[in-house]
Design a protein. Structure first.
Ligand code: ZN
Length: 693
């Protein structure tokens, strides 16, 4: 999800602009002048899809390529968006499942779900789980995430019924009820259910349930269980739920927990990775196959993970959509009678062939080209930078304004952009979309554990989002300003709910984590850093790596030791703080001046810093302090008195969270400077704290 840091950064930018007198960012103006196609966009349009492609299959089944867009543009999507294709090549898109498994397919779901009129889901599900370990497994664990929206849940306790500034509607809660659970032969397992709360012992939390299997699953063997369940969709405020006739079904079905084998993420012994649904945490699951039938009233258009392999036929006022996905670790869908749809094929180096499908709230029908351009450009860059996008579809859902909480979320091959609130939004439209698409790589394919090391997803995605915005739209990152906001640095390898507040979670997992990556980039150079990111993706795609795996890649590619850096910034959770602690200048015996300067480095790992000395006669001297020790005393002899000293004047040290002490005038007594420092800091806090994000 992206919103927190975006709003936060925006808030910070405003604060910084007010306080420091810098120019405002002016997104709207930037949008007018900068949303132009890249120079390489003048390419030939895509060739018509060839036989055996999703495009032709859908067409032969009578799939409308584009539904009427009320008040929207009128030319077919294919024609107009073809001009925006970065390095497009007409590659057929396979309609059949991949013949080679890309992931260790541990789970296999066969689900039939029916959307009822009263915003309830009624479903049956067959789950086959393969034991990937070397020990027999006696119990299965299922996440029952919709119970996060039931009174007393840990999620509601921790979040206060609010996520990213959107509040729960009183009385519009949700939940999931497992009404049947049997073995393949029909033996009921329901009496064996026991709700577990491994994180907080909150007995009212029913988001994780365990049951003993009649027979242990031997290593390499599988077990199949059948279940029926009903879901009451909450009024959407936190990712899933309904608003009017819009439905976002995310984390909606009983999903088996992830089972980690020995060695995965440094685990000594294999076992389940068990956590409840928390206020700050997202998700973590094993890869596998999903085959899902979605039965909806006939006026609904359904978007879902994977590809639609059969065109629905209306019967008795209903339609059944059928989707299939493999090598994914989750399945979500969304439905609305109002979606304005468009789709197009895209391929490039790194994108073997993908069908991009838009499901837009009518308010954003006119933004179709922007969405399509952003999706194609992001995929092209991601494929080029990191490696192939291995799926044949990418669906983009834009929720209506009253379903804001469903926006800005990633699911395998399906993302939701920011809700359509504004007729002509600024760059937040593109920023949110490219952020969620970047998640396809770090959340979707690499599949980090978002319970325990969320930065491996959100920080990597935020870092990539910045690169995408710069590469596609020329929007410069705001790194120097962001570091100022780090008020509460905490370790990056930390269970998400242990950050305490949602602010602390966002500040570390999104922002400080991203700055850690930028600090690595500052040290290695951009070229080596892109090799690091690519190597990490290639080596750990479909593998659930941990922070140490990333450190090993950084060390192998850069051929340097990064132990101190990772200890300080990742595991101890520090920020850097360089400061000019004192400056004294006085006349010496020879008619000149002698100055004493004390520089300090508190926290962080050893790092060189530029120091600027300016003298009263206007002369300046730049020196580099190696930053190996925690402080250094410098003595200078000069013709003119020292005026001021600044450390890191070019803001190269991206993790320095306290910049107000990086500058000190020789005349200003320390007591007064300290007072000023605190006041300014509080003012920023007050401004940022007063804004919703
Ligand atoms: Zn995100």
């Amino acid at each position: 999800m992206p919103q927190r840091p975006i709003y936060r950064i925006a808030a910070l930018a405003v604060a910084a602009a007010v306080l420091l007198g810098t120019a405002s960012f002016g997104f709207d103006a930037a949008w007018q002048s900068q949303f132009t196609l890249p120079a390489y966009a003048a390419q030939e349009p895509l060739a018509a899809t060839s036989p055996g492609t999703i495009g032709s299959a859908a067409a032969s089944a009578g799939s409308p390529v584009k539904s009427p867009a009320p008040g929207g543009a009128t030319a077919p999507a294919d024609q107009r968006s073809a001009a925006a294709l970065p390095q497009a090549q007409p590659t057929p898109i396979p309609v059949q499942p991949q013949s080679v498994a890309l992931s260790n397919r541990i789970v296999d779901y066969d689900i039939a779900v029916k959307l009822l009129d009263d915003n309830q889901l009624e479903a049956s599900q067959t789950l086959t789980w393969k034991n990937p370990g070397r020990k027999p497994v006696t119990d299965l664990y299922l996440h029952l995430y919709p119970n996060a929206f039931a009174p007393g849940s840990t999620f509601l306790n921790e979040s206060g019924g609010e996520l990213r500034g959107v509040k729960m509607t009183p009385g519009k809660d949700g939940g999931i009820d497992l009404t049947e659970l049997t073995t393949e032969s029909g033996e009921t397992l329901l009496p064996r259910l026991r709700y577990v709360q491994p994180d907080d012992g909150n007995v009212r939390d029913r988001t994780l349930v365990a049951f003993r299997l009649p027979k242990a699953v031997a290593p390499g063997q599988s077990v199949t269980v059948r279940m029926k369940f009903t879901v009451k969709l909450p009024q959407v405020f936190a990712r899933m739920g309904q608003a009017g006739d819009f439905v976002m079904a995310g984390q909606w079905f009983p999903k088996v927990a992830a089972y980690e084998t020995a060695g995965v993420r440094g685990r000594a012994a294999e076992g389940w990775d068990l956590h409840q649904y928390h206020g700050n945490s997202e998700f973590y699951s094993d890869f596998g196959i999903y085959s899902v039938k979605i039965d909806v009233p006939e006026d609904r258009v359904v978007a879902a993970t994977g590809f639609q392999y059969k065109q629905p036929v209306a019967k008795n006022g209903r339609k059944v959509y059928q989707f299939y996905a493999e090598d994914v670790h989750d399945f979500s869908w969304s439905a609305s009678p109002k979606f304005v749809t468009a789709e197009d094929s895209f391929s490039s180096a790194g994108v073997p062939g993908v069908r991009i499908k838009l499901y837009l709230d009518p308010q954003h029908a006119k933004q179709e080209e922007r969405y399509m351009h952003a999706a194609k450009s992001a995929l092209a860059k991601l494929g080029e930078w990191y490696g192939d996008y291995p799926y044949t579809t990418l669906s983009v859902v834009i929720p209506p304004s009253d379903a804001e909480g469903a926006g800005g979320m990633e699911y395998p091959t399906l993302v939701t952009g920011a809700a359509a609130k504004d007729d002509n939004p600024g760059y937040e439209l593109e920023r949110t979309l490219v952020h969620e698409i970047a998640h396809q790589y770090w959340y979707g394919i690499v599949a980090s554990n978002e319970f325990e090391e969320a930065w491996l997803d959100e920080a990597f995605t935020s870092y990539t989002e910045e690169k995408l915005m710069a590469a596609i739209y020329g929007v410069a990152p705001r790194t120097a300003i962001e570091s100022l906001y780090m008020t509460n640095p905490q370790p990056l390898k930390l269970d998400s709910w242990d950050y305490g507040s949602s602010n602390a979670y966002a500040e570390n997992v999104y922002m400080r984590g991203k700055l850690v990556l930028k600090a690595i980039e500052a040290k290695t150079g951009e070229k080596t850093m892109s090799k690091i990111m690519r190597t990490y993706f290639q080596k750990y795609r479909f593998k659930h790596p941990d922070s140490q795996a990333f450190q090993r890649v950084v060390e192998a590619v850069s051929k340097e030791d990064w132990k101190d850096f990772f200890q300080a910034y990742v595991y101890r959770g520090e920020s850097a703080d360089f400061a000019v602690a004192s400056v004294r200048t006085e006349p010496d015996d020879e008619g000149g001046y002698q100055s004493n300067v004390l520089l300090t480095r508190t926290q962080g790992s050893p790092q060189a810093a530029t120091v600027l000395f300016r003298f009263k006669d206007g002369k300046t001297v730049r020196k580099t302090w190696d930053g190996i020790q925690s402080h250094i005393q410098i003595r200078l002899q000069s013709a003119a008195p020292l005026d001021y000293v600044a450390i890191d004047p070019m803001l190269d040290i991206v993790l320095d969270h306290s910049r107000f002490d990086n500058y000190l005038k020789a005349e200003v007594p320390k007591r007064q400077r300290t007072k000023f420092d605190v006041t300014l800091g509080q003012l920023i806090d007050a401004i940022v704290g007063g804004m919703a994000w």
